[in-house]
Design a protein around this ligand. Structure first.
Ligand code: C5P
Length: 348
């Protein structure tokens, strides 16, 4: 039996990078949002042993470095299952696009493989295995609007907000996430050196001036943990202001603006500061989305995908068509609620 699963993409509504940790990862805060664009994963289990990955896109690795391969290996092991696993990836989402496609593919493999084996893992085991494979996997076990903390792997479901119209633009370039994090570290380092090279009075000549310098730095350049705390306050304030319906809100202008209310708080994606100087065309695309009427445009993850949120589907469709006329690969779609995410994942 072959089980097909939709592997939906995500965007990041704001992404704040904290300090590099001892394990090489960075602490971060982000709001993940699943969207309707997707790949399709087909999983079957037959006689024999081993795992095979099939994909016609030459950029997708077919060996044990593939996230789907790693997931199948872990799930078979955890469930004590036997058989030959075949995973076919129908690629529609960009590779290295910041839409979490490889992570989503792995989670779709998990969901489809459980169904094919007629066995299920405990929810906490699913989350643990997903986090071991990559920071961006667990969000796809929650779906909808999700808060990501830690290195992004610690996820908490946020209220299931109504879907919002959007446009996704996929440029030709791919951005490496580890490289983008390394560039962020270099930027922070250069900020610190610039600050330290500022002329200052010697502490011997001015007793107490070192303390004053420290105080000034704290005021003018908040540290990484202060920034994460700051965005935590913004998110908490936004969450506190949400209507306490207990159920997904129905359509309508107020309901549709709940996610837009979040982005109106001024949240940003820190990766723009290192990715835009390197790929100025991506900054131009963000500008083009804004000129096409987007209420909020941003890089997703480390890019290179950019998205724009719109008040109405008709506005998104018009903007996508206008951007395509400018030679951009633009598509109108919408954010995907948690309820729809789980309803549609195996319904294909
Ligand atoms: O977790 P994942 O394997 O997707 O991360 C890929 C790479 O991105 C890591 O090896 C690390 O270099 C970088 N990363 C990071 N901080 C995070 C997430 C990823 O530095 N929070």
């Amino acid at each position: 039996m072959t089980v097909a699963a939709r592997s939906f993409a995500k965007i990041n509504l704001g992404l704040y990078i904290g300090a590099a940790r001892a394990d090489g990862y960075h602490g971060l805060r982000t709001v993940y949002q699943t969207i309707a664009l997707h790949d399709v994963i087909r999983v079957s289990v037959g006689r024999g042993s081993g795992i095979e990955v099939l994909c016609t896109d030459p950029r997708v690795p077919l060996d044990s470095s593939n996230t789907c391969y790693r997931m199948a290996e872990r799930v078979m092991d955890e469930l004590g299952a036997k058989g030959r696993v075949s995973i076919e990836i129908e690629k529609r989402l960009p590779v290295q696009g910041g839409l979490g496609a490889a992570s989503s593919n792995a989670v779709a493999t998990m969901v489809a493989l459980e169904r094919a084996l007629k066995k299920t893992l405990a929810a906490a085991a699913r989350l643990r295995i997903a986090a071991e494979i990559g920071s961006d996997l667990p969000l796809f076990l929650v779906g909808g609007t999700t808060l990501g903390v830690g290195r992004g792997e610690e996820v908490y479901p946020l209220p299931d907000l109504p879907s919002v119209a959007m446009v996704v633009v996929t440029p030709e370039v791919g951005v490496s996430t580890p490289k983008a994090f390394a560039d962020w570290d270099a930027l922070v380092e250069s900020d610190i050196s610039r600050r330290d090279s500022r002329p200052r009075l010697s502490s011997r000549a001015q007793p107490g001036s070192a303390t004053r310098d420290h105080a000034r730095d704290r005021l003018t350049r908040p540290g990484a943990s202060d920034r994460l705390f700051g965005v935590g306050c913004v998110l908490s304030a936004w969450l506190s202001g949400l209507p306490n319906t207990g159920a997904p809100a129905k359509g309508g202008s107020r309901a549709g603006s709940l996610l837009l209310d979040l982005v109106r708080t001024g949240i940003e994606n820190d990766f723009e500061r290192v990715v835009f100087p390197k790929y100025p065309e991506l900054r131009d695309i963000k500008g083009a989305l804004e000129r096409a009427g987007s209420r909020y445009a941003s890089l997703s993850g480390s890019g290179s995908t950019l998205y724009g949120l719109f008040r109405l589907p008709a506005g998104a469709a018009k903007a996508a068509s206008r951007l395509r006329k400018q030679g951009l690969k633009a598509v109108a779609t919408s954010t995907l609620t948690r309820q729809k995410y789980w309803k549609r994942i195996l319904d294909c």
